[in-house]
Ligand binder design. Structure first.
Ligand code: CMC
Length: 435
């Protein structure tokens, strides 16, 4: 890893013998500096202890910046609000992958490169048949994306920049096709081949909701909302699934396997699975008069219930993505003429929670998942597909972060250490002598 010049140092002193060591503080473009402790173990014989990584920078990255206190999210220096309003998903994908917004020529080439890879190997159709029809779509996604490495042998050499690029394009291009196939499979409907005359988001909606028996009319409001949803979920710095992708990639595993690992991590309800849980929670609450009961449950430490869609490890302010999504949600519901009582319920829940001392004190604000479920439901997606949509968008972030890591001059396998609290050394006792 190349070194960022240190602006100052931190001194660590052993209180027992007075010995001290100095560690450089590396400064990034924004955000807190980091104390470079790579020599700490060699110097002191100690590890640091930071389970769940609340104070650990695991890498250098030029892709995404979050200021959780201020509620700021930027990709390559552009705010998420700016990108969501003025850009589109293909441009954002290019930005994340290559570092700058594309000019017109680069944009057309990128569109072409992604479009060129939207179809999947025909044999993958048969692969689907091995899954039960009622399998959770995320279970299918984990398996089918990992299986891509069995189909595209020609782009698995991670040390070849061209192969890395082709794999990245393949993943970005094929993930919506696979996601749509997962939906179709669960519905018992035929798979729809991609249409390369449509935009990324239009094509995705077409593959999800089109039928061979009749023409599919693109609703521009829905296509625009889908594009926004994809932009908002595209990357989020070193979150759990991205760190999973990086850790898997650090062993030099192929990118398809790494993205599959990311999908598995995203599935959990504390991460990408929360959007599904929000909707289920709103259904469980049912009516506004029951909100206080559920607020009390969320505050009760003996009750495992949490207010889903609330709180974030990094944001201690409004998640900037939630505001954009709420607006898109209004547009979609208005266009479709849907009067979903869940939206009103969500708004009331948000109002009550934001006035409650428990949530205020802990700086628990609505996150991106709070409104995404309502909008996705209105668009016609079953609840079980919500996290899959998150995975479609996040694939761009994962593969950009993976590429950045592989391109670091000195890639080393990730290997956290631990505080061992198990038994000390003991002798083996033959089974007949055990109590
Ligand atoms: N409802 C009730 N209490 C909460 C909630 C919640 N949703 N979130 C955090 N708390 C409390 C928590 O009990 C703790 O209280 P105390 O200090 O009294 O023990 C305090 O707030 C700090 O919480 P934490 O668990 O230490 O925070 P964390 O950073 O480990 O967890 C989180 C972050 C997102 C997992 C958590 O806020 C949560 O479970 N939220 C609900 C699930 C959710 O919406 N997840 C989507 C995250 S955004 C999408 C993504 O990026 O994947």
């Amino acid at each position: 890893m190349s070194n960022t010049p240190a602006s100052k140092t931190f001194t660590l002193t052993d209180d027992d013998n007075g010995q001290s060591w100095q560690y450089p503080v590396l400064e990034g473009t924004a955000g807190p500096g980091v104390i470079d402790i790579r020599k700490l173990y060699a110097d002191t014989g100690h590890f640091t202890f930071d389970p769940s990584f609340t104070a650990t920078g695991s890498c250098k990255s030029r892709i995404t910046y979050i200021d959780g206190e201020e509620g700021i999210l930027m990709h390559r220096g552009y705010t998420i609000e700016d990108l969501a309003e003025k850009s589109n998903f293909m441009e954002v994908a290019y930005l994340l992958l290559y570092g700058d917004l594309p000019n017109q020529k680069q944009r057309s080439k990128f569109d072409h490169d992604i479009t060129y890879h939207t179809m999947v190997h025909e044999q993958i159709n048969y692969f689907f048949r091995g899954f039960r029809r009622d399998a959770h779509p995320m279970a299918i996604m984990c398996g089918i994306v990992a299986a891509l490495s069995a189909f595209y042998h020609d782009s698995l050499d991670i040390w070849d920049p061209d192969q890395r690029e082709i794999s990245a394009h393949r993943l970005i291009a094929k993930i919506p096709t696979l996601a749509a196939m997962t939906l179709k499979y669960s519905l018992g409907q035929p798979f729809m081949y991609p249409r390369n005359d449509l935009s990324y988001s239009e094509n995705f909606l077409y593959m999800c909701f089109g039928l061979p028996a009749e023409p599919y009319r693109i609703n521009p409001v829905l296509a625009n909302a889908m594009d926004k949803i994809l932009i908002l979920h595209a990357d989020h710095e070193q979150n759990a699934s991205t760190s999973t992708v990086r850790l898997a990639g650090s062993s030099q595993a192929n990118p398809f396997a790494c993205i599959s690992a990311g999908i598995a991590c995203l599935w959990g309800p504390a991460h990408g699975g929360a959007n599904q849980e929000v909707l289920e929670m709103l259904d469980q609450i049912g009516t506004k008069d029951r909100i206080p009961e559920f607020i009390e449950k969320a505050k009760d430490k003996d009750d495992p219930f949490r207010l889903m869609g609330f709180g974030h490890r990094v944001y201690k302010n409004f998640d900037p993505r939630a505001g954009v999504l709420k607006k898109a949600c209004d547009e979609v519901l208005n266009d479709l003429g849907i009067n979903d009582p869940r939206l009103e319920l969500a708004m009331e829940l948000e109002r009550i929670a934001l006035e409650d001392e428990y949530f205020v004190e802990r700086k628990l604000f609505p996150n991106v998942d709070f409104y995404s479920g309502i909008i996705l439901k209105a668009m016609g997606f079953p609840t079980s597909m919500f996290t899959v949509l998150f995975a479609v968008a996040r694939t761009v972030g994962w593969i950009s972060q993976w590429k950045e890591m592989i391109e670091e001059p000195a890639l080393r396998i990730g290997r956290p250490r631990q505080l061992y609290t198990g038994p000390a050394k003991r002798s083996y006792v033959p089974v007949e002598d055990r109590d």
